[in-house]
Design a protein around this ligand. Sequence first.
Ligand SMILES: [Zn+2]
Length: 313
Amino acid sequence: MPRILAADFGGTRLRAAVVTGDGVVEQRNIIDSPDQREGVLPIVLDLLERTASAAGGAFDACSIASAGLIDANRGRIIISPNIPGFRNLALVEPVAERLGVPVFIENDASAAALAEWRYGAGRGFNHLIHVTAGTGIGGGLVLGGRLYRGARGFAGELGHMVVDDGGPQCGCGARGCLEALVSGAAFERRATRLLRSGRSPLLAEVVGDETPGAVHLYNAARRGDILSEAEIRNAGHYLGIGLGSLMNLLNPEVITISGGLVAMGDMLFGSARDALKDMAYGPTSGVGIRFSELGDDAGLLGAAAVAEEHLQA
Ligand SMILES: [Zn+2]
């Protein structure tokens, strides 16, 4: 069983821990993500070294799952939206020099897909589509029991699949991407628009003086607000269109979903399932949508799974 020094770098927190081959996570260290432009490499090295020395043993590898665009072949982060200091940062080489073990890096959504396949809701399957449904929408593909990276490692960006070319503007510049219609950020816009229309007093009551978002839409819908529920079901419909297209293209055995939007349960995903069934070309009866149960450790387990795949190659 390999022992991996695993790291999960997100926009809010940097996590590091030791993961053993059977998915046991130990010696967790968590710090706030740095917000400065310069000098983040020493912070990262310090976090990894502290975790390594606390665990006090030899490692087979260090593996980093990070948010953003990752050039895994050259071992660098190209850009990470919420961490300015990660821009064009060569990470693998200095970490390998410091720790003296092989170092791997991977996009966090791709790593999450491998985590579900190896340790989570996708265990026992060979072909899996994973969706990370949080503030943004991301994803990863495990095909034939291996992470599918594409030509340059950017495969699996399913949040930027266009499902309505007349739809709202997406942060990437296109219109009607899944992320512009279904993500946490999209629900913020949906809730704000509905609130301003004045047509939903119940939503206004639920929001109070907070910033309107997904959780308010969901709570208002659960209390019987038809317009809030319609927003969620409309978003689910588009999610189903995206997933249906992916199913027709890839013929997966299972779709796994992680992230904050999982809390919307059947209201969002039931509607997605209906749209998916309508547009699937082949039989879909055997293809389930399963929710992740890996929780906060998903990123660390993903990093470990990436290392294990590399070590076995
Ligand atoms: Zn987009």
